[in-house]
Design a protein around this ligand. Structure first.
Ligand code: ZN
Ligand code: ZN
Length: 362
C-alpha cells in the first residue's frame, strides 16, 4: 500500500477526523493530491477516511487513475462533484470532514457547505507536514532530477557566449527534456551583466558578452519532483568588484551548507549565511531568504529565513536549498544555490555542478 496514504490515514484518525476531501480540479492543481494518490492527471478529488479512499475523476482519466492509484476506489465524475462527495459522506456516515482551507476557493467551499451534510474542519498543514521528510525513493528521484539539470547545464555553458539569455534558457530546456525531464522544475532564470542584479531575471534578448557575470537558476522535473540550482559564471575577464562579491557569496554558501545538519534549525542556516554577508558589508544587497525545501513543489517547507519564526528543526530526509546572493543595481549580481538533503550525519548535496569560480572564454 502507498506509504503516504497509509501515514495520512493514521494522521486523520489521530486528529479525530472522520474523513478528508482534497480538491484538485483543472484550475487548482494540488501537489498534495499527487503525493497522497500518485495521480498525475489534471483534475481529480480525493475523499479519504481512516480505512478507505476514493478518487473522483472524469471520463478522460478513469483508466489512468485505476493504474496509478491502486489503493483508491475510482469514482466516475458524471455529475456535479459536490453530489458525489455528499453521497460518499451519507453512505459511509462521515460526519466530520477535513478540507484544505488555504486552498479551496470560496465558491467551491460555498457549494460544499450548502450541499454536503457534514461538520467542516480546516485540515491545517497535515499533508505538508507529511511531505516534509522525504523517503529514500523520493530522494532518489530528486537526485535524478538534479543530475538531469546539472548535466544539461554543463552541456550548454561552454557555448553560451554570443547567445541571448532567451536562447540560453531554451537550449537548457531542450537539453533537460532530452535527458528525461518531464518539464521544467520552474521557469528558468537567466540574468547577464547588470541584469544579474535582478534576483528573478526573466530571460531577455540581451546577448551574453565578455565582461558579464551570468546567473542561471534552473531545475528539472522528474516524476513530479523538482530540482533547484543556481550558478553564476564569468564570461572572460570580469571586474574586481564582481570577483570579490562572488568570493563572498561562495564563502557564505559554504558556511550555510556546513550549518545544515540534523538538530540545527533552518533559521540557523540563514544566520550562518546572513551574518557572514553582513560582516562583509553587503547585508543590504542580500534581500531574500537563504533557502527553502524542494520536492513536488519547488518551494515548500522548511524555509530558512531571517525571521526566527520560520525556524524548523532539521531532521534526516528534509531537503533545503542554500542560496545566498548579492545584488548591486546597475552593476550585476551573484547567486549560488545547491539543494541538500539532510542525512544522519550532516547533509548530501543533490545538485551536482561545482560552485567554484568558473570562467567561460568567448
Ligand atoms: Zn533556484
Ligand atoms: Zn531556490
Amino acid at each position: 500500500m502507498r506509504e503516504s496514504l497509509k501515514r495520512f490515514q493514521e494522521t486523520i484518525m489521530s486528529k479525530g477526523l472522520e474523513g478528508v476531501v482534497i480538491a484538485s480540479p483543472e484550475d487548482l492543481s494540488s501537489t498534495n493530491l499527487r503525493y497522497l494518490s500518485g495521480f498525475t492527471g489534471s483534475s481529480a478529488y480525493l475523499v479519504v477516511t481512516p480505512d478507505r479512499a476514493w478518487l473522483l475523476t472524469d471520463f478522460r482519466y478513469l483508466e489512468q487513475a485505476a493504474t496509478e492509484c491502486p489503493d483508491f476506489e475510482i469514482v466516475k465524475q458524471d455529475k456535479q462533484v459536490v453530489l458525489s462527495i455528499a453521497e460518499i459522506c451519507r453512505n459511509y456516515r462521515i460526519g466530520v470532514l477535513g478540507f484544505e482551507a488555504d486552498k479551496v476557493p470560496y465558491q467551491m467551499w460555498h457549494d460544499w457547505n450548502g450541499q454536503v451534510p457534514v461538520v467542516w474542519r480546516p485540515l491545517g498543514k497535515l499533508v505538508e507536514e507529511l511531505r516534509l521528510v522525504k523517503n529514500s525513493e523520493e530522494v532518489e528521484i530528486m537526485r535524478k532530477a538534479a543530475r538531469v539539470a546539472g548535466e544539461s547545464l554543463l552541456e550548454v555553458l561552454p557555448s553560451m557566449v554570443g547567445l541571448t539569455e532567451m536562447d540560453v534558457a531554451l537550449s537548457l530546456e531542450m537539453a533537460m527534456r532530452r535527458r528525461g525531464a518531464g518539464s521544467l522544475g520552474f521557469p528558468t532564470i537567466v540574468g547577464s551583466g547588470e541584469r544579474g542584479a535582478l534576483p528573478h531575471a526573466h530571460p531577455t534578448p540581451r546577448r551574453i558578452q565578455p565582461g558579464d557575470m551570468v546567473t542561471i537558476d534552473f531545475g528539472a522535473e522528474v516524476n513530479g519532483y523538482r530540482s533547484d540550482e543556481t550558478v553564476t559564471v564569468a564570461i572572460g575577464t570580469v571586474s574586481d568588484q564582481m570577483r570579490q562579491i562572488f568570493d563572498i557569496v561562495a564563502e557564505a554558501q559554504a558556511l550555510g551548507i556546513e550549518a545544515a545538519k540534523p538538530g540545527a534549525t533552518s533559521h540557523d542556516v540563514d544566520t550562518a549565511v546572513r551574518s557572514f554577508i553582513d560582516r562583509a558589508g553587503y547585508g543590504e544587497a542580500f534581500g531574500h531568504g537563504t533557502g527553502h525545501g524542494v520536492g513536488l513543489d519547488v518551494h515548500e517547507n522548511p524555509f530558512a529565513f531571517s525571521d526566527p519564526r520560520s525556524a524548523e528543526v532539521l531532521v534526516p530526509g528534509m531537503t533545503l536549498t542554500v542560496e545566498p546572493g548579492i545584488y548591486l543595481p546597475g552593476i550585476g549580481g551573484v547567486r549560488l544555490e545547491d539543494t541538500l538533503v539532510i542525512t544522519e550525519t550532516g547533509n548530501e548535496r543533490l545538485t551536482m555542478v561545482s560552485k567554484e569560480f568558473r570562467t567561460i572564454e568567448g
